[in-house]
Design a binder for this molecule. Structure first.
Ligand code: FES
Ligand code: FE
Length: 368
């Protein structure tokens, strides 16, 4: 019955440079974006640069222990302040052009010959600060002057999907340790990656290992279809690993109802949160071009598992394969988005109303 099928976004939404530029502005430079794992910047002076929308941001830990984010642009003549992806400085950032120097709190602390310019206000010429919040052990940043409510757009979205804030709280994601990180340079539009993550219609076709562990996925009903639903492990499955073998038991806070289940949450616009009994997998997407997206995927375990150097390869391998299978599917679609066969878009099957909601949300921010 074609009447029940919903159309997707038109093909040009995945290829058009002007639409991509509008998305960067009204989505990625306007909403809360999950940028950096806080524990990566453990000591004062540790920093990381990250691209958000069309800007480069510098996230650094101050001498007071707080994380701060700034636009990575020198206030003197606009040189890129910091070109390394990550590192550590003693107490300040110095611009390589004329040596203006900024403290870890962003204030201008020194500039050659500035004594000859007594009128320069060092606060006024400090680095431009960007809003930063920490949640789930990550620094979330927002480039908007007046950011949207974090409760409405981030924590509330997770609660809405899981039905109860206690579900995510139980994993204590902020206390987990990074076991593995893999960066994927995906040659596909970021929305293809979001849509793919939200559907499970493809699971039976492309995810043999995942459907072994989560048999209900073979039926095509995404874990995100039902509010609060966690997909149950198969009867023979002992852990969320590539062969269904033993994992690391279960994280101390989770309830018996959460055991042997997989929960998936999409936090618009760029985070996928995957919760399983013994670890958490967090994806963050950074769109680089209409047809290119960097996906950083973190596997987080109990600190004890990481400190003891236990072998996590079996659990990492499961979602690494899922990622590679998913991204290959997205890359298969990207080159055809510009085809006349897809000019009006495609269709969603009836179980995918939640993907339709994603399209409605996007179209409100980036109207046709
Ligand atoms: Fe940075 Fe001149 S542009 S010090
Ligand atoms: Fe998939």
């Amino acid at each position: 019955m074609t009447a029940s099928l919903i159309s997707t976004l038109p093909g040009r939404y995945y290829t058009d440079a002007a639409i991509f530029a509008r998305e960067q502005q009204t989505v990625f430079e306007a909403m809360w974006i999950c940028a950096v794992r806080s524990a990566e910047l453990a000591r004062p002076g540790d920093f990381r640069t990250v691209r958000i929308g069309r800007e480069s941001l510098l996230v650094a830990r101050g001498r007071d222990g707080a994380l701060r984010a700034f636009l990575n642009v020198c206030r003197h003549r606009g040189a890129r302040l910091c070109t390394s992806e990550s590192g550590s400085v003693k107490r300040s950032f110095q611009c390589p052009y004329h040596a203006w120097t900024y403290g870890l709190d962003g204030k201008l602390v020194a500039a050659p010959n500035l004594t000859n310019m007594p009128d320069v206000d060092r606060t006024e010429y400090g680095l431009a600060a960007v809003h930063l919040r920490e949640w789930l052990g990550y620094a979330w940043v927002c480039l908007a002057d007046d950011p949207p409510s974090f409760a409405d757009t981030v924590t509330g979205a997770v609660t809405e999907r899981l039905g109860d804030p206690g579900v995510v709280d139980a994993y204590h994601v902020e206390d987990l340790a990074l076991g593995k990180r893999i960066g994927y340079d995906v040659r596909a539009n970021w929305k293809l990656i979001v849509e793919n993550f939200m559907e499970c219609y493809h699971c039976a076709t492309i995810h043999p290992e995942l459907t072994e562990v989560l048999p209900e996925f073979a039926e095509g009903y995404a874990a995100q279809y039902f509010v609060g639903h966690g997909a149950e492990f198969g009867e023979e499955v002992r852990g969320f690993t590539v062969d269904g073998g033993e994992g690391f038991g279960r994280l101390s806070g989770i309830t018996p109802e959460q055991d042997r289940r997989y929960y998936a949450v999409t936090v618009r616009p760029q985070v996928f949160l995957n919760l399983v009994p013994d670890h958490v997998i967090m994806h963050r997407m950074f769109p680089l071009a209409p047809d290119r997206t960097l996906v950083e995927c973190d596997w987080l375990y109990s600190p004890d598992v990481v400190a003891r150097g236990l072998d996590i390869s079996h659990s990492v391998e499961l979602f690494h394969r899922v990622n590679e299978q998913d991204f290959a599917a997205c890359e298969r679609c990207q080159p055809t988005m510009g085809s006349r066969a897809y000019a009006a878009g495609g269709v969603l099957v009836p179980v995918e109303h939640h993907i339709g909601q994603f399209h409605d949300w996007l179209l409100k921010l980036v109207p046709d």
